[in-house]
Design a protein around this ligand. Structure first.
Ligand code: IPE
Ligand code: IPE
Ligand code: MG
Length: 239
């Protein structure tokens, strides 16, 4: 059964480190434990797809040393977590560009994707060198080349590969913006912003965001009691 799709903008690592008088990269290291705890919590909380924003296409603007640390961490995560992820039925895939990744990080990521392909309890998607605007542009190009006419459904298929849309989008670290994350897939996502910095984020924070989500009334443009009763054509026909 398809459960909830949660997407998380994991923000606040640098501030977490600075508050402790440590270099920024220590915050990224600490954030790996938050990823571990969040991934472990998902199946129990009814989350079947989890998309984590790990590195944006604009994060290349950061100092080379910080970027280097981030890709080192990615490589180590893929190596060290592989056994547990597979044991827990987690399938890992990456979204974003691959051609600009350091070769060793890309190789470990693709090894993990292949090794975990049979997982069916949780689909963990890692957004790496990701930009929603880039992804939409790529998908549109693909549809134009292969189908000719760009339709909404063809574009959606090319973009998402059938992954369901985001139900709940969480951003930690206090900022309230999307930073080019899942602009299409989050069209009707419920948004949840928290001041908790990513390295402090644990399963109870995820549970709290899902409890809040459970109290929202999602209308998708309709009225909750009347969802699906009409179409623009029916209204026009009725005069
Ligand atoms: C999020 O934390 C991690 C990445 C963007 C890779 P930041 O590094 O952006 O931390 P802040 O926002 O500077 O505190
Ligand atoms: C968004 O955080 C990207 C990730 C969490 C990977 P940023 O810290 O890069 O976003 P801005 O610069 O505050 O918008
Ligand atoms: Mg940030």
């Amino acid at each position: 059964m398809t459960g909830t799709h949660v997407a998380i903008i994991m923000d606040g690592n640098g501030r977490w480190a600075r508050m402790r008088g440590r270099p920024r990269w220590r915050g990224h290291v600490a954030g790996v434990e938050s990823v571990r705890d969040t991934v472990r919590a998902c199946p129990d909380l009814g989350v079947t797809t989890l998309t984590l924003y790990a590195f944006s296409a604009d994060n290349w603007r950061r100092p080379a040393a910080e970027v280097g640390r981030l890709f080192w961490l990615l490589r180590e995560y893929c190596r060290r977590e592989q056994a547990e992820l597979i044991e827990n039925g987690v399938r890992v895939t990456a979204i974003g560009r691959r051609d600009r990744l350091p070769a060793s990080a890309r190789a470990e990521l693709e090894r993990l994707e292949q090794a975990s392909a049979g997982g069916s309890r949780l689909h963990l998607r890692l957004a790496i060198d990701y930009s929603a605007q880039w992804a939409i542009t790529e998908a549109a190009g693909e549809v134009a080349r292969e189908v000719g006419t760009v339709t909404r459904s063809a574009l959606e298929r090319a973009l998402t590969g059938g992954v369901p849309p985001v139900d709940l989008l969480v951003r930690t670290g206090g900022e309230q913006r999307l930073s080019d994350f899942l602009l299409w897939e989050a069209a009707y996502a419920e948004l949840f912003f928290t001041d908790v910095l990513w390295p402090d984020f644990r399963r109870e924070h995820l549970a709290a965001s899902l409890a809040d989500f459970g109290r929202r009334e999602r209308r998708f443009g309709g009225l909750v009691a009347l969802v699906g009763v009409t179409t623009p054509e029916a209204v026009r026909a009725a005069g």
